[in-house]
Design a protein around this ligand. Sequence first.
Ligand code: KG4
Ligand code: ZN
Length: 347
Amino acid sequence: MSPRAKAKTVRILALESSCDESAAAVLDSADGLLAHELFSQVELHRIYGGVVPELASRDHVHKLLPLVRSALSAAGTEPRDLAGVAYTAGPGLIGALLTGAALARSLAYAWGVPALGVHHLEGHLLAPLLEDEPPPFPHVALLVSGGHTMLIEVQGIGRYQRLGESRDDAAGEAFDKTAKLLGLPYPGGPELARMADAAKGGTFTFPRPMLDRPGLEFSFSGLKTAVLHAVRGQQTLTEGLRADVAHAVQEAIVETLVAKSLRALEQTGLDDLVVSGGVSANRTLRARLAEVVSKRGGRVYYPRIEFCTDNAAMIAVAGLARLKAGQHDGLAIKARAQWPLESLPQL
Ligand code: KG4
Ligand code: ZN
């Protein structure tokens, strides 16, 4: 028997419930990702124009257990095959986190296996490890979601150095809020991007905040005011003008993200960039990053599109690495609305 065949494989269940996606996944150290199931609450929150935390928690309570059942069944896995249960312990909406934490901890207790609380952003950072060509360490990561905009130097799993982040709105939030001002339904980010890609632009130019200053901090909150003024300045906001505003918003956000990512690569002397989080699905951002990073001789790595936004497969990747290294939470039910990434143990 080869040494590989003798090595014990580890299979885990993972849950995600930090915001408005309920998800479950099964990951095996030898066979890879066996199943991932997801329910998005987007329809539930749409009429309110944003996520309502209490409604999110209540819906996770309904959806998580059926998702666990279907993930286990799709993975052909019985509870006795599992070596642990990972769950998102933060950062996120505290009530939503607690629903996943309580369920994961209870299942682990009933099945006699360890439970482990995973950092949601570590999940986003490690999601590209599920792909056929995973990114090498070290690299710079650009994490761009509805809740975070951050540049991180990633030396290895648990070895994260924050290089810069947004002082106010996240990039996804800027997409969503300006989309709302244009009358687009929540979450407007992807819709605004579609309009922007179809427009020729040139009518409006919005500020690129903090681009003229050294450093790797971002600020996107001023874009809302710029868009508001542009919209108010029009007698009638024709479809063409709306598309031009969308184009100018996307240009301002993308140009800022690309310039700061390049600056982070220069500052660290690294060549490879990982981009993760919901905004990494943006096509213009991808095209521009590919251009500048390849000029430096590096490569840009992404998770597959369905794992750019919140999912349990990415929580499983981080959870499996940590459970294999012997980490777990004991009997505690851990949930933290705020949780610094740098406080995680190195592997
Ligand atoms: O990572 P994610 O699913 O949730 C958070 O953890 O925040 O990111 C969601 C964000 C939303 O703000 C959404 O508008 C944005 O990602 N987003 C996009 C695109 N697809 C999703 N923003 C710009 N262009 C896109 N194609
Ligand atoms: Zn996220």
